[in-house]
Design a protein around this ligand. Structure first.
Ligand code: GRF
Length: 223
């Protein structure tokens, strides 16, 4: 993704609402992200995200994963379809399925996921609830490179919010979401532009090893 003469091709994988897709699409439209969304693909044919993508004029694909039986075969077929769009980068934006290691392997270093916690804390589901149950003072979101380990790949960037007295899981989710949108746009830009890349289990940004995740700044940049 170092060739600045061409527009980086991004495929977005979704299962739900699609607000993160919207954020990417809006950033591209506003000239804040140099990329093109070439496909939105879902394992949920009725995901609202697909309707949002179609309304935005983006090509979509859907294939129900529930009850598909052979998990690895479904993953293989789904990722083969995604590959036909020839993405440079695949972004999991609320994609609620754990893909098989073999399906991920060809995309190592070219697949990002956004997860609503400060990884490595709280991989998996119900992160807002778990943060409150633990009494944490801080919560946040992470964008990481996808590896076979669930929510376990190298973390590129994070956004943080304080946990306030009386917060409910819904409060945390609502307060975090706008930052997730900024974080995802900035992280996709960092990778699509070639500024940051995965190398083995590490991340290089500007040729330097990243020793801690980049942090979302007030001006929506990463530092
Ligand atoms: C986001 O909170 C994301 O972090 C989580 O699922 C949610 C997706 O939201 N994995 P949306 O579908 O992009 O609106």
């Amino acid at each position: 993704m170092n060739d600045t003469s061409r527009v980086p091709r991004v495929a977005v994988l979704v299962s739900g609402r699609g607000s993160n897709f919207d954020a990417l699409h809006a950033a591209i439209a506003a000239g804040r992200l140099h990329a093109e969304i070439v496909l939105v693909a879902s394992n949920r044919p009725h995901a609202p995200a697909l309707a949002r993508a179609r309304a935005a004029g983006v090509v979509t694909h859907a294939s129900e994963s529930r009850g598909s039986g052979d998990r690895a075969a479904w993953d293989r077929a789904f990722m083969a379809m995604v590959a036909t769009a020839q993405p440079d980068l695949i972004v999991l934006a609320g994609f609620m399925r754990r893909l098989d290691a073999a399906a991920i392997a060809p995309w190592l270093g070219r697949m990002l996921n956004i997860h609503p916690s400060l990884l490595p804390n709280y991989a998996g589901l119900d992160t807002h609830q778990r943060v409150l149950a633990a009494g944490d003072a801080e919560h946040g979101a992470s964008v990481h490179f996808v590896t076979a380990e669930l929510d376990g790949g190298p973390v590129l960037a994070q956004a943080r919010i304080p946990v306030l007295p009386g917060d409910t899981p819904a409060d945390l989710a609502a307060r975090l979401l706008p930052l997730e949108h900024q974080l995802l746009v900035a992280a996709v830009a960092a990778v699509a532009s070639g500024r940051c890349r995965m190398q083995g289990t590490a991340i290089l940004c500007g040729g330097q090893i990243l020793h801690a995740p980049l942090q979302l700044q007030d001006d929506a940049s990463l530092a």
